[in-house]
Design a protein around this ligand. Sequence first.
Ligand SMILES: C[S@@+](CC[C@H](N)C(=O)[O-])C[C@H]1O[C@@H](n2cnc3c(N)ncnc32)[C@H](O)[C@@H]1O
Length: 269
Amino acid sequence: MDDFNGFTARTARYWDELANDYQKSTTISVKDFHYGPLLPGDSELNLLPKPLTGTRCLELGCGAAQNSVYLARKGAECVAVDVSREQLNHAEKLADGYGVSLDLQLLDMEALPEELGTFDLIHSAYGVPFAANPEALIRRCAELLRPGGVLLFSLGHPVYAGEWTELDEEERGIFLTSYFDPTPDVREGEGEEAVVCARAYPVSEGVEWILRAGLRLTALREPAALPVHQMEREERRKRVPYYSPEWAEQVFEMQRFPIVNILRAEKAV
Ligand SMILES: C[S@@+](CC[C@H](N)C(=O)[O-])C[C@H]1O[C@@H](n2cnc3c(N)ncnc32)[C@H](O)[C@@H]1O
């Protein structure tokens, strides 16, 4: 942890502080692969490579690594990295509970060492927005992908960086000061220097990172939230892999504007 630079060390402190509450207040399934709050999982979006058995996968900003547990249960060999020791502790308990083995590493995703090896799939659900230099991160991922390998990650949607505004009962929407330079999401923790900054980028920028890294863009998705307010608990449990009552309060907004964009890219064979 002492080896992390200032930006990353502050991120680690923030997530160390938040980890318990985050994992307690959020329900993240290991029976589907998730992309973000209230969104359909991969069982509906179909972006993961198949078959997963025997593939080598790397998760960036894994948190409690629910997605890696999902992949490991499908027979993949999974490495998962995070800067927060507390988040990784949750990941360890979760993996143990499901009887799968993950290679969990306390690492800055922006300094991925050669020793990690190469991968068939590199994935991240809302980890990349926390990177200081996301383009360099995508370039590094392209290096670590095997021929034919897949990069799959979600970014904050620039439109959702705007502010929800109600002019009157009928006229409600998002007020965006700039699509090209969306307001960063800066969050401060309780402790000194516990702070993170998540950035959203114009959609074309994420696409450009992929193309400049020499990868081929194979999908770009902007999913709407599922109608969780109209679902019985059982249906919600099956169809919504990432849920919390706090996010559910935003379902009206999230059904009208995308909260994330999901990018999928492949390395040439
Ligand atoms: C919003 S959480 C998402 C966690 C997980 N992907 C999920 O969907 O629940 C972002 C995670 O990224 C991690 N993170 C942020 N910056 C990082 C960095 N530079 N290197 C590794 N992990 C990082 C945080 O510690 C946190 O666990």
